[in-house]
Every structure is written in C-alpha cells, then in structure tokens.
Design a protein around this ligand. Structure first.
Ligand code: NDP
Length: 502
C-alpha cells in the first residue's frame, strides 16, 4: 500500500459563489438556477455557480458575435492585443495561490502540483502574446507582371471553447489566449465540476482590459449548453478537450453548419522499454506517468510495454517506488496523488481493475479504493500479465492504474502499441539511438518522448493521431489555427479577359 495522507478538516471554509460572465457583466442564469461543487477530497460543498440555460448560451454567443462583428478587439493592432494578454499573464501570476487553491479543492488535485500548472499556464499566455505579433500571411510577386497575390490571415470569428475537469486552468490556457491573439471572440464552458478557476480567469481578463463581449464564460451541463455552443450558426469554430465519445458528438453537431473543429481527446499512452534502457530513470518516469494527477490525464502513461527479459524486475522496482507515493489530502504539501473526481468515476476505475483481474491479469500492487470520510481516492495500482485484447489495455481508465504488457521483438512492440484506437503520446526507452528513432518514427502518436515522459513546452505542438483528436494545440502555429485564409488576387494594368479584345 502507498503512504496515506488523511484529509484534514477544512476550517472556516464557506461556499464560494460565482456568477457567469456575459457581455462584460457578471450575471445569474435564467431562472436563478445554480450548480454546486462538492470537494472530492472532503465531501463538502465548496462552490456554487450560476447555471446557464440554452437561452443563456445563446445570449453569450450573441454577445461574442456582436463583439466580433462590431467591436474593437478584432480591429486592434496585434501589439495592443499582445499587451493585454501580457497583462493577463501577470495578473494570473499575482492571483496564483487563489487559483491554485480553487482547482485543488474543486478537482481534488495536489495543491503543490496545481501551482506548477498555473505557472505553466502563465508561460503559455506569454507565448501566445508573443505569437500574436508574428501572425502574418504571404505574398506572391511571382505570378507575372499583371498579378500580385496576397494571402491574408483573418480571425476566424466566434469560437466555442469547451474544457474538461482534469486540468481546469491549464487546458483553457491551451486555447483561449491563442484565439484572442488571433482577434477572435469566445464563449467558454468549463466542466460543471471545476468551473471556479475559469470564472476567476474572467475577472482577470476584464481587469487586463479585454473588452466586454470578447470573452464570455458560462457554466452549465454539456447536453444543455455545450450542445448550443456546438450547433449555433453564429459560432465559427469549436475547440474541445474531453472524452472521445463527446468529441465525436461535438464533431457531428458542428458538421450541421460545417464549423471548424479542433479536438483533444483521450489516450492510452504506452511506454516501451528495451533491455538496454536506463532503468533507474525509467522506473521513476513510470510511476510519474501513471500516477500524476491520479491518472486522470489524457497523457497518462497507462500502458507499459516491457521487454520480456526485464519485465519481472521492472514491475518489482515500480511496486517498490509505488509504496512511497503519498495519496490523500490535496492540500497537504507532501501529497502526490489526490482525490478521484466523483464517486461514479471511482466506481468506473474499480470496475476496470476487477474486470482485468477476472480476465486473467494479476494485481501486482494496490488495486483498492480508499475512502477517507466522504472523500474518494484510488490506490496506485499495477496490473501485470495484461494482454493486448483486455479492455484495460485498450480503453482509457482515467485513474492511477498501470497495465503491464510484454514483448519479444521490436516489431511486436510497435504492433501492440499501434493496435488500438488512440494515438496521443508514447515513450521509448533505450540507450540505442537507432532503437529510439526507429520506434519513434513508427509509432502513430502526436508526441513521442525518448528517455523521458510527459515533458512539454509552450513551443511544442500537442495533439493526437487517430481517435485521440484532430488538430494541434501550442507551438508556433497555434494562433493560425484560429484564423481563416483569404486570398487577395490583384490585377495590375489594363485587364485582358474572356470577351475583351486582346
Ligand atoms: P466529457 O467529454 O464528458 O466532458 C468534457 C466537456 O464536454 C465538459 O465541459 C462537458 O460538460 C462537455 N460536454 C459534455 N457533453 C457535451 C455535449 N453533448 N456537447 C458539448 N459539450 C459537452 O468528459 P468528462 O468530463 O465526463 O470525463 C469523462 C471521460 O472523458 C473521462 O473518464 C476520460 O476518459 C475522458 N476525458 C479526457 C480528457 C482529455 O484531456 N483527453 C479530459 C477529461 C475527460 P459537463 O461535463 O460540464 O456536462
């Protein structure tokens, strides 16, 4: 068993109330409905949000449309927009502790980890601010004396941004600053479970000088308001992060009006380990990859593909390290694995573990849920003897559960890795350059880590192959993703044409 850190009682913690941001005003939802968030670590209500209806979603879209069609934001210079984004980044830094606490308590994430996420988000806002000023098109002076071609990049328009609960502040940072940098206006819907930090971001953006209507933030359920945001004819693009199932639905909804769609979906990410790898470094990365964010992470390294000759030794070493992992109170500075987002999700994780055991896998470590009072947690878990056809080897568990598979040859490892529907990321471990590159080039995934895992930088594009998504976030093209291309085909001199005399 890992080290357990029982949650301390939350003293003097009231329920924090939030309104929605529509057209620059903080408003209640139609009919005064609210949604409440219960802290998954403590089982008590910590936040209450105004709940949007479909009509509220329409109001938010109308405000964004008006701000785009008539407002100042798309017409400002990129320099002006960039300065506002930089100011927002500094304000996020100033309020880092407040934002981190809110994400920790609403999502059950370790506070020390969330501080790093918010710092990462600040870096992304600054990167987007820099890219804003470099957005440019192309010119063609090579089309003959009579023609000059200019290719413009224009903001695509109104963007619906829909985000999940696992990295509430970081994921919106992978979308919103780039859309704003391009000159778009937005309607943002965070997960109903973790909306608080996105609403704080709304306060920050108003203070930074983002004009009314440019960013609208509504809280509500996916079926009620997300569906309006993905079908409404006044929305030009949808940027979505979440499950592959809802991603598929989002694409189908957006198809009715042929909106551009960007999707960041699930993953079942392998770490492939060859016998010559630095195993000391790998076992640390294995534990980190599987248990970081309680495994509620699209990038989780939830599959180990180990060379058979090292498998027993590696599993023993990972189990030894897992014994020291601290699970429990997200507010305790030592905690590494926090709470599971909802009781229903914990049941789903337990179902995967028991299903794997029934299918013939062995629980080499952990395997049980941990209930501290009304909070819900999952023990770091290692399943060995997993075979490629088992559900736990193919489906996203979204919990701290590591599945161990084995291989004999490099080709077999590549086959196992590629033979599933996901293709988000993968790790390759070997001291041999040829092995790393050969495997890295043959694995169908958007990010390949070599002798490391789950590193990232604002400069590096992120996204998935196959059913892990469509499009890429971050990287130097991230602002361009929120643009349309327009060709100006200009004629110079007297025009000769179809029926005019030559
Ligand atoms: P969902 O895909 O259900 O939710 C993601 C976002 O989409 C939320 O804001 C949600 O709203 C919204 N949404 C739900 N239904 C619709 C709809 N019909 N139209 C538009 N938007 C909608 O993920 P969950 O949060 O429920 O998590 C379930 C599973 O998804 C996890 O177990 C995991 O496998 C995967 N997941 C993957 C993530 C990733 O980063 N790849 C992130 C999170 C989850 P709301 O929930 O508020 O109703």
């Amino acid at each position: 068993m890992a080290v357990l850190v029982a949650p301390k009682a939350l003293e003097n913690l009231g329920v924090r109330d939030f309104h929605m941001l529509i057209d620059g005003a903080w408003v209640s939802g139609e009919g005064g409905r609210t949604l409440e968030r219960v802290a998954p670590s403590h089982g008590i209500t910590v936040s209450r949000y105004a709940q949007a209806s479909a009509a509220d979603a329409e109001r938010a879209i109308t405000a964004a449309r008006h701000a785009f069609d008539e407002g100042h934001w798309p017409r400002m210079t990129a320099s002006e927009r960039s300065h506002i984004l930089l100011k927002a980044a500094s304000l996020i830094e100033t309020r880092l502790e407040e934002i981190a606490y809110l994400d920790a308590i609403e999502a059950g994430k370790p506070l020390s980890q969330v501080r790093g996420e918010i710092a990462g988000a600040v870096d992304i806002w600054r990167y987007a601010a820099a890219l804003a000023r470099d957005l440019h098109g192309e010119s063609y002076n090579t089309l003959g004396d009579g023609t000059l071609g200019v290719v413009l990049r224009e903001a695509i328009g109104v963007v619906s941004i829909i985000t999940p609960w696992n990295f509430p502040f970081l994921i919106v940072a992978q979308k919103l600053p780039f859309a704003l940098a391009a000159g778009c206006t937005c309607v943002v819907k965070p997960s109903e479970l973790t909306s608080g930090s996105t609403l704080l971001l709304g306060e920050i953006l108003m203070e930074a000088g983002v004009p009314a209507g440019v960013v609208n933030i509504i809280v509500g359920t996916g079926p009620e308001v997300g569906s309006v945001m993905t079908t409404h004819r006044d929305v030009d693009m949808v940027s979505f992060t979440g499950s592959t199932g809802v991603g598929r639905l989002t694409m189908a909804n957006a198809a009715q009006t042929l909106k551009k769609v960007s999707l960041e979906l699930g993953g079942k990410n392998p770490q492939i380990v060859f016998p010559d790898a630095n195993l000391d470094e790998f076992v640390d990365a294995a534990v980190f990859g599987a248990y970081f964010n309680a495994g509620e992470c699209c990038n989780a390294g939830s599959r180990l593909i180990l060379h058979r000759s090292i498998a027993d030794d590696v599993v023993r070493r990972i189990a030894d390290l897992s014994r020291g992992v601290k699970v429990g109170d997200p507010l305790d500075p030592l905690t590494q694995v926090g709470a599971i987002i909802t009781p229903q999700h914990l049941e789903k994780i337990e179902g995967y573990v028991s299903g794997a055991a029934n299918a013939g896998a062995s629980v080499a470590f952990g395997g049980e849920a941990i209930r501290f009072g009304a909070g819900q947690f999952m023990a770091p878990t290692i399943l060995s003897g997993v075979t490629p056809e088992m559900a736990v080897a193919r489906e996203e568990v979204f919990g701290p559960v590591l599945s161990v598979l084995t291989f004999e040859t490099r080709e077999e490892a590549i086959r196992i890795v590629n033979d599933i529907d996901y293709g988000l990321s993968a790790g390759v471990w070997s001291r041999d350059f040829d092995t790393c590159l050969t495997v890295g080039r043959k694995v169908r995934a958007g990010t390949i880590w070599m002798n490391t895992f789950m590193d990232g930088a604002s400069e590096l594009p992120f996204g998935g192959y196959k059913q892990s998504g469509q499009g890429r976030e971050l990287g130097r093209h991230a602002v361009e993703d929120y643009t349309e291309t327009k060709t100006l085909n200009m004629h110079i001199g007297a025009r000769t044409g179809w029926w005019m005399p030559r």
